[in-house]
Design a binder for this molecule. Sequence first.
Ligand code: VG1
Ligand code: CO
Length: 543
Amino acid sequence: MDIRTVNTQPFPDQKPGTSGLRKKVPAFQQPHYLENFVQSIFDSIAAPQNATLALGGDGRYYNREAIQIILKMAAANGFGKVLVGQGGILSTPAASCVIRKYQTYGGIILSASHNPGGPDGDFGIKYNSSNGGPATETVTETIFAKSKTISTYRILDAADVALDATGNFTLGDMQVEVIDPVSDYAELMESLFDFAAIRSLLAGGFRIKFDAMHAVNGPYAKEILERRLGAATGSVINAVPLEDFGGGHPDPNLTYAHELVEICYGENAPDFGAASDGDGDRNMILGKRFFVTPSDSLALLAANATLAPGYKQGLAGIARSMPTSAAADRVAQALNIPCYETPTGWKFFGNLLDAGKVTLCGEESFGTGSSHVREKDGLWAVLFWLNIVAARKQSVESIVSEHWAKYGRNFYSRYDYEGLPTEAAQGVMQHLKDNFAKLDGAQFGKYSVKFCDDFSYTDPVDGSVSKGQGVRIIFTDGSRIIFRLSGTGTEGATLRVYLEAYEADVSRHHLDAQVALAELIGIALQISELKSRTGREQPTVIT
Ligand code: VG1
Ligand code: CO
């Protein structure tokens, strides 16, 4: 074997964020940049000799090159086998599925998720552990520490592996198995949901549109929705994955999935619309001229879970990220099961899922998932919704309205201020923290502050503590304003403001969220001094 040990120098900026290391493509293209990070992963995880690794990515620009580099480094670092998706493709939930199904030691996922791709776009890499989930903070901190002292990495000198067809290859002493990226995942979905019921719903004239946004889920959605479930050909749009996502922003929300939104709010709208993101783990659910807020979606899936065969035994518990609305908490209370509040990012759900404490998890950022894998899962959420619609034989809108009538409505919105100067964004956060004492108990219009803090989480399974997870201002009626700095952006800082107000009165449930939240938005801007500190009049995106 031709293993080369290459001298290198550390890069100071390889700190994984909310979900792995994300940088602009040119940053990853710097000599040794990717290699340093991959070696830091291998040096941190202490895999035994001949361990198996799963590998795949969302197909964005630089995916192919990166896959070849990682394969050669895995061969040089003593791995026995790598399972790699055909064409270097695996959606994030499919990668999690493969790790679990084949009990690999871990996996490497290449994605910058919802961030744009292309030569000037973003690229990303993260390590998932043997449970199929993103490495815990303890592991990502070890990786970062290694990256700061690295002096060499190991790579095999060999020709590229042919990835465009399934098959078995050798690379030095290592096996490479190129697998169909879709089939294991599709099989798992069939085991969870009532495909026969969904098939007859679709055969009965229920029309759906799924926007794959030219991202990784295209082939998955084509196979599952059109081929296995019989949705009309063309139900999946933008189904061909492109390295730059067609120049779009593969983020399934009302702003970036505008093509789907126009279809679902237009004439002759389909009964159901959905979209997923770059790496297939996010989802947006639409009815006919109707948008389901992600926080509500989690609550609704929880309340209706037993309608799906895979969840007919009921739920052990629910977990939601701190900024996600408390709609799910109300369902948990009614079901008499626990509801956990974790910091933002799927890695915090892993321990709860592994310990059997929760079955469903969700985030306000268009992410829902369950114990079937250890990532959020876009297409899974779509199938869950279709299963519920098939069982209840009601429109999406009437299912949601009935839910609100029973539990009350948690009006919810998120304001994102992207690409801010880092100092200004940090200044807003610091200003808020400096004012905790003054804010405590303060009255703003009809709202009075119950308490405010900087969210800290103690993992109930391993006792690890994660501090500084976002500023919470909680009002006596349960309404909340949360401020957080994003950990996935690659340009300046992104400040997120999350707003939530609870409304029990059914006669107000039809209100537009922006109208219902107007007063809270005013309070958020006032106490944060956001406009004067950042010079921004308007958010970049409102979801
Ligand atoms: C964002 C979301 C968070 C999500 C993360 C990864 O993080 O807010 O809920 O888990 O993206 O999602 P941040 O730190 O930018 O707020 V994905 O689909 O980009 O892997
Ligand atoms: Co994603």
